[in-house]
Write a protein that binds this ligand. Structure first.
Ligand SMILES: Nc1ncnc2c1ncn2[C@@H]1O[C@H](COP(=O)(O)OP(=O)(O)OP(=O)(O)O)[C@@H](O)[C@H]1O
Ligand SMILES: NC(=O)c1ccc[n+]([C@@H]2O[C@H](COP(=O)(O)O)[C@@H](O)[C@H]2O)c1
Length: 174
């Protein structure tokens, strides 16, 4: 039995993330997949509007039809990159391979001796968290970039009102 770990902030979970999970399933290398919710402690900002619990709802409901056992595990950030992989391992079920397209994450796992697999970037011109958040703030068409289940969760939690309101006072970038 082989288990993988795919870490992301998922702010929000979008169709690029969903395509990456589908690529992991098609790859056939793992039987189970841990979804690590990075920056789990962050919420209520332009860059990180949604709580870890809300992100767990988004990805759990978006992946009900996927033929893979998945576990969502919140992972808080640490000040020290050098011990971050140990921190991830301490919070997660054991895994044999990490999935990421993030250069720093890839470097940290490889330096710790963990095999890393990447996927192609899917339609990255628009399938990017910052693009989805920008559209949410500007009342653009963000729904087409996320699974239907994510749009439903955003509606349930009044997510658009939240991100628009925090953006009025949060001058950091999306
Ligand atoms: N369109 C995509 N295709 C393939 N992988 C993606 C895509 N978008 C994000 N990823 C990968 O998924 C992981 C988690 O990404 P993350 O949650 O940071 O999303 P993001 O779209 O890069 O968001 P942000 O703009 O908020 O940084 C990273 O490894 C990232 O490279
Ligand atoms: N030192 C640290 O806490 C550390 C290091 C590398 C990645 N991370 C986190 O891992 C996640 C990586 O996800 P993304 O690929 O979505 O950026 C982010 O939440 C990021 O903050 C944290």
């Amino acid at each position: 039995m082989t288990r993988g770990c795919y870490i992301g902030r998922f702010q929000p979970f979008h169709n690029g993330h969903r395509s990456m999970v589908e690529a992991i399933v098609d790859d056939g290398h793992v039987d189970e997949l841990v979804l690590g919710i990075g920056s789990a402690d962050a919420s209520h900002s332009r860059h990180d509007p949604f709580t870890a619990g809300e992100r767990i709802m988004m990805l759990t409901k978006s992946l009900v039809d996927v033929d893979l056992v998945t576990y969502a595990v919140p992972i808080e950030d640490l000040d020290r990159n050098s011990v971050w992989v140990s921190h991830v391992q301490s919070m997660s079920p054991d895994f044999d391979v990490a999935y990421s397209n993030n250069p720093l994450v890839i470097q940290l796992f490889e330096e710790a001796g963990v095999e890393v697999r990447q996927s192609p970037m899917f339609n990255r011109e628009v399938l990017e968290g910052s693009e989805v958040r920008e559209r949410m703030i500007k009342d653009g068409n963000w729904e087409s970039l996320v699974p239907d289940a994510v749009a439903e969760v955003v509606e349930e939690i009044d997510g658009i009102e939240r991100i628009q309101r925090v953006s009025e006072t949060d001058s950091n970038g999306v």
